[in-house]
Design a binder for this molecule. Structure first.
Ligand SMILES: Cc1cc2nc3c(=O)[nH]c(=O)nc-3n(C[C@H](O)[C@H](O)[C@H](O)COP(=O)(O)O)c2cc1C
Length: 352
């Protein structure tokens, strides 16, 4: 696996996957403006490296919700891993564990959360929740996640209705009896979110009261994913969220949403250390991770490069992508004069 160049990796994965599976992973909503700007916004930022520091030993060790991790890189939740590899989320879980990365398992996993938990028993993992309107089902999911030793619940709030993707609509997925939403009752055959009939229909319209309910009901820490404004971040923290993920869902629902690199500084100011802050969307290089940490994130999440690794090499492919990003992070830190994550401050990024 050549993970040195994620664009080349994507091309290879595209050749391996069905057109529908590739489009489901790669596409963004509408004109794909936000999809492209997520990547471009990191690339626009410029670094101000420090010199004459001792960088003989680089330590990428991170502390995330109180857990010590080898690096600040997590696998973002993405649905339906069996579309990309027959072992599905089991392969991703093993690859993430080998790289020391937190694996965020999606609600729409094609392997049950209990099976994923036994696959990488001691590895750090969180459970992403789309809050079902049925409270009984929500309680079932969060109680099972706690019983299966997931470390946190990640509530996704940026998809009250489905977005629309012309690119994905042109390459529809054929539903398969082997690919099911294994966490849900009856294990329904997985449908994909860009199905034309879904567009604009209500999915998981979580409100602030739902977040308050979840915080009071869940034994696990609650992380809110999909926030792009400082005022919303403050509302989440006041409701009891322990961390916020700055995210526009990889540009998959609201096109024209602000790029996450551009939203991050406002969020860091608003939260002012009262909760942890992570960011995803367009992270493709170790230097992107340095920039994200400099702008106030404690960790980053990555989806699409992990999907390409999964498609090409299963668990090994996932590990290779994550190890590669971590090696790039260590090199970027050395070149910026930062031996530890704590040395990465706002001064490392030039004002635009
Ligand atoms: C194929 C695919 C499926 C996704 N499914 C979910 C999901 O089920 N829940 C969720 O919170 N985010 C989902 N996301 C969004 C990711 O968690 C993440 O926010 C985003 O993709 C990160 O950007 P990147 O792909 O540029 O790294 C999905 C992303 C992709 C690419």
């Amino acid at each position: 696996l050549d993970s040195a160049d994620f664009d080349a990796l994507e091309d290879k994965a595209r050749a391996r996957l069905s057109p529908g599976a590739y489009a489901f992973a790669a596409a963004g909503a509408d004109d794909e403006i936000t999809l492209a700007e997520n990547i471009a916004a990191w690339r626009t930022l410029r670094l101000r490296p420090r010199v004459l520091n001792d960088v003989a030993k680089i330590d990428t060790g991170a502390s995330i919700l109180g857990a010590g991790l080898r690096n600040p890189i997590m696998v973002a939740p993405f649905g339906r891993h069996k579309l990309f590899h027959p072992e599905g989320e089991c392969a991703t879980a093993r690859g993430a564990a080998a790289a020391g990365a937190v694996f965020v398992l999606p609600t729409t996993s094609t392997v049950s959360m209990e099976d994923v938990a036994s696959e990488a028993a001691t590895a750090p993992r969180w459970f992403q929740l789309y809050l079902p309107p049925d409270r009984g089902l929500a309680e079932n999911l969060i109680d099972r996640a706690a019983a299966a030793s997931f470390g946190a619940i990640v509530l996704t709030v940026d998809q009250p209705v489905y977005g629309s993707s012309p690119r994905a609509a042109r390459a529809p997925l054929t539903p398969s009896p082997d690919i099911r939403s294994a966490n849900l009752p009856g294990q329904p055959i997985a449908q994909h979110s860009y199905k034309p009939g879904h567009t604009g229909s209500v999915t998981f319209p979580a409100t602030l009261r739902d977040l308050e309910w979840l915080v009071s009901r869940s034994r696990l820490d609650v992380v809110v994913k999909g926030v792009l404004r400082g005022d919303d971040a403050v509302r989440c923290v006041e409701a009891g969220a322990k961390a916020i993920i700055v995210s526009n869902h990889g540009g998959r629902h609201l096109d024209g949403a602000i790029a996450t690199a551009d939203a991050l500084p406002e969020m860091a100011d608003a939260i002012a250390g009262k909760a942890e802050l992570y960011v995803d969307g367009g992270i493709r290089r170790g230097t992107d991770i340095v920039k994200a940490l400099a702008l106030g994130a404690r960790a980053v999440l990555v989806a699409r490069p992990v999907i390409w690794g999964l498609a090409l090499g299963g668990a090994e492919g996932v590990r290779a992508v994550l190890d590669h990003l971590n090696a790039e992070l260590a090199r970027a830190m050395a070149l910026c004069g930062a031996a530890r994550l704590a040395d990465i401050g706002a001064d490392l990024v030039a004002n635009k």
